[in-house]
Ligand binder design. Structure first.
Ligand code: NAD
Ligand code: ZN
Length: 359
């Protein structure tokens, strides 16, 4: 079966594009004659951006701290209930922040129109009604959450996205000025998520001309940003990083991610390690699987003087290792893509546990 991917309806790109937010949502406001909900990364509370939200007095603004944990089903359900009881159904949701806020905005949009807990909708095509209009404005680039058709939520039983066509944003505003304040280490980890998306997307049986075209262009940009003569956190490179993130997301959507992401989900689910950071911790040890990619990744680490933790696994007992490996084992699409049709003979529980022992 070929993928039939829903893309973002509209994309605005360019320095200062954020200032077009009000005019961008004007039509939607007129159609519904209703208010908007803003979900904004708490980092921006009290900062310049918070004074430029272009909101109307009837709008609700939530500043959300994404650091204690990644978005949860409980958090989305509670936010939805509060919004509906306060003001009824909004015209739309505007998310301003990193991957966590992108996922919160997407999930909230869907849960405003779908009854019950968001745990009921974790999985593919379980959403019954399209959500309200939703607009994403990324402030940190790399995960591709701005373009993906999933809103990843951690629930009591599983960490799994609400995944369907309606999850995809109606509108995205890409303003590279917004990512200029990202700390160097996060600029590196999140950018490397894009790099790893592209390496994994191209290194497997599901790649195709479509995924390769996006992936190759994104890799070219990543190389300029992190290894080129003008490498570093500059305005010019931030312009490129926003595009690389979007294209990396499109590349993996039309192909698949691989071993690093499969292991990363295990690490994140059991130990709560953040997605992009977890990928960096893992990818450095996958030289036998992605030789060229890992060697280049190590050059980037050196260039930007990034220190990744070593020997983490010495503190993990068998129970922890088995729990992490079980999460990874249950991602057959990724192993299949990476190792081909006989993947079950390679990606056994023992093999995966040994991958965790490398960390
Ligand atoms: P994040 O949203 O978790 O934010 C990381 C940190 O950066 C936070 O402390 C945040 O406050 C801060 N930050 C954000 N913008 C900033 C700015 N401009 N200046 C300074 N600090 C800023 O980061 P992320 O890595 O983009 O997102 C990770 C999340 O994305 C995870 O929850 C993961 O599950 C999810 N994810 C989703 C998808 C998807 O397709 N939906 C894909 C991969 C990961
Ligand atoms: Zn990723």
């Amino acid at each position: 079966m070929h993928k039939n991917f829903k893309n973002i309806d509209n994309v605005t790109y360019g320095r200062g594009a954020f200032s077009q937010l009000a005019e961008t949502v004007e039509l939607v406001r007129k159609e519904n004659k209703n208010y908007f909900v803003y979900v904004v990364d708490n980092y921006f509370k009290g900062k310049e951006l918070a004074n430029k939200l272009q909101n109307k007095k009837e709008d609700l603004i939530y500043f959300i701290d994404v650091d204690p944990h990644e978005p949860t089903t409980e958090q989305i359900d509670a936010l939805r209930d509060e919004i509906i009881s306060k003001k009824g159904l909004p015209s739309g949701v505007i998310g301003i922040g990193g991957g966590s806020i992108m996922d919160i905005a997407k999930a909230l949009s869907l849960m405003l129109t779908n009854e019950g807990s968001s745990t009921l909708y974790q999985g593919l095509n379980l959403i019954k009604k399209p959500g309200v209009y939703h607009l994403g404005i990324p402030t940190i680039s790399g995960t591709g959450a701005e373009v993906s058709m999933t809103a990843v939520l951690t629930g009591p039983e599983k960490k799994l996205g609400l995944k369907c066509d309606s999850t995809v944003f109606n509108q995205v505003i890409l303003d590279p000025e917004l990512i200029s304040t990202v700390p160097l280490d996060w600029w590196f980890y999140t950018g490397m998520d894009t790099y790893i998306h592209c390496i994994e997307s191209e290194s497997g049986i599901r790649n195709n001309a479509f995924s390769l075209a996006y992936g190759e262009q994104s890799l070219k940009l990543c190389r300029e940003i992190y290894l080129g003569e003008k490498a570093g956190q500059t305005n010019e490179n931030n312009d490129k990083l926003m595009v690389a993130s979007l294209m990396g997301g499109l590349s993996l959507t039309y192909s698949e991610v691989g071993v690093c992401h499969a292991v990363s989900y295990g690490l994140s689910k059991i130990l709560g390690t953040r997605h992009c950071y977890a990928n960096c911790i893992i990818f450095q040890h996958l030289e036998d699987i992605y030789p060229k990619g890992v060697s280049e990744f190590k050059q980037m680490i050196q260039k930007h003087k990034i220190e990744l933790p070593q020997n983490l696994s010495k503190d993990w007992d068998d129970k922890t290792l088995t729990a992490m490996a079980t999460v990874s084992f249950n991602l057959p699409f990724m192993w299949n893509h990476a190792f081909g049709d006989n993947y079950k003979e390679i990606a056994t529980m023992d093999y995966i546990i040994n991958l965790f022992r490398r960390l």
